[in-house]
Ligand binder design. Structure first.
Ligand code: NAD
Ligand code: WQD
Length: 348
């Protein structure tokens, strides 16, 4: 069976994807430097993988920016395709220390490309983001027509630049590369077992980890960033996608790279549900999942937030049959189950 290299596989989305790939029979090799994860996440994934799939993965601790290290990984195992999750992703931190983000995110991609060239590996699935779209006034993002450009943060701009590096390299023919860039919308939720999930360090930046930390009593209340947006209830609307559905999208993308001839050199594909939920609607879903009201206060808008954006999803469906299966209530239930079972993330 094909062996897939998952960079950043100890992290939130990578760990769920590793489990899905093992479940369908792929061999998995994970590389992570624990800059935003921990060995305990690998231990939890290992135990869950054994229980759910009867399989294990190979793990290498190291930095994807380190070419000599990557070479040892490629020499040890014949890799047939790569999913590149490894990257720094904190939007606020990227505004404060942009160079760290450009360095890590761009150099990891360039180093991977060099190593792939050396070892003749051609399939590349990239973790991109809806943040690459830069088209004021558009609320339904379309791969074909919505403009991609300088993002609202250095983090987002690293995603734009990584896409351009990958596209230019693939089109040049310098490396016989096939790239599928998956533009995720808002990934949330956790594996239904509650044994792996999102484990943010410090104060969560994102909505749903903040809500679950309020629900478990680690924080007093949620601050809702503005209720005066031009949306039906005044709060921002996003396209939330369950991380298990997102993992399935990665499986389908890798399968396409391995099995379909005549692919474009570079393809960017939205991965979302196509449905939008407001902040108040997300809070209501958590009220139902937790069985009590989540306390919140409406505060000022957060800089840089857009009122509304959701994915146009037809391309993922047409190219590899991807549609989401899990609902906003599944997302809230599974996120809460993970937080409730592990109030301190992988530390307990
Ligand atoms: P995460 O931080 O949980 O996982 C990323 C992993 O990569 C971490 O385990 C980290 O230790 C590792 N890593 C970072 N730099 C590395 C390097 N140089 N070498 C080796 N390992 C390294 O993040 P996530 O939420 O799982 O996101 C995965 C990818 O998806 C990221 O590239 C992110 O930008 C992208 N993405 C995430 C979201 C989201 O909301 N979570 C949305 C769109 C895109
Ligand atoms: C969702 C909504 C907030 C926290 C971010 C990145 C994006 C992508 C996904 C990687 C917004 C509101 C939030 C809180 C709140 N990541 N909110 N109180 O901003 O859509 O996207 O994650 O590529 O690049 O920017 O997600 O979860 O931060 O916010 O009211 O404490 O919740 O204003 O409307 P966002 P989010």
């Amino acid at each position: 069976m094909s062996r897939i290299l998952i960079t950043g596989g100890a992290g939130y989305i990578g760990s769920h994807t590793a489990l899905t790939l093992l479940g369908v029979g792929y061999d998995v090799v994970i590389v992570d430097n624990f800059s935003n994860s921990s060995p305990k996440a690998v231990d939890a994934l290992s135990a869950l993988a054994l229980k759910e799939t009867g399989k294990q993965f190979a793990f290498y601790e190291g930095d994807v920016c380190d070419g000599a290290f990557l070479r040892t990984v490629f020499e040890a195992d014949k890799i047939e395709a790569i999913i590149h999750f490894a990257g720094l992703k904190a939007v606020g931190e990227s505004v404060a220390i942009p160079a760290k983000y450009y360095d890590n995110n761009l150099r990891s991609t360039l180093t991977l490309l060099n190593t792939m060239k050396e070892f003749g590996v051609t399939g590349f699935v990239f973790s991109s983001s809806a943040t690459v779209y830069s088209d004021p006034g558009v609320t339904k993002y379309d791969e074909a027509t919505t403009r991609v450009g300088r993002a609202s943060s250095p983090y987002g701009t690293t995603k734009v630049m990584q896409e351009w590096i990958l596209e230019d390299t693939a089109l040049s023919g310098e490396i016989p590369l096939k790239v599928i860039s998956l533009r995720y919308f808002n990934p949330v939720g956790a594996h239904s077992s509650g044994e792996i999930g999102e484990s943010p360090q410090g104060i969560p930046n994102n909505l749903t980890p903040f809500i679950t930390q309020v629900a478990v009593g680690k924080r007093e209340f949620l601050s809702v960033f503005g209720d005066d947006y031009p949306t039906p209830d005044g709060t921002c609307i996003r396209d939330y996608i369950h991380v298990t559905d997102l993992a399935e999208a990665h499986y389908l993308a890798v399968k396409r790279l391995l099995e379909v001839d005549d692919l474009p050199m570079f393809d960017a594909i939205n991965i979302g549900s196509g449905n939008g939920y407001s902040v108040f609607e997300v809070i209501s879903a958590f009220d139902r999942a937790v069985g009590k009201k989540i306390p919140y206060k409406v505060v000022a808008r957060r800089g840089g937030d857009l009122a509304e954006f959701t994915a146009k999803t037809e391309k993922a469906k047409k190219l590899f049959g991807f549609t989401t299966k899990l609902t906003i209530d599944d997302m809230a239930k599974d996120a809460w189950n993970w937080q409730n079972k592990h109030p301190n993330g992988f530390d307990d």
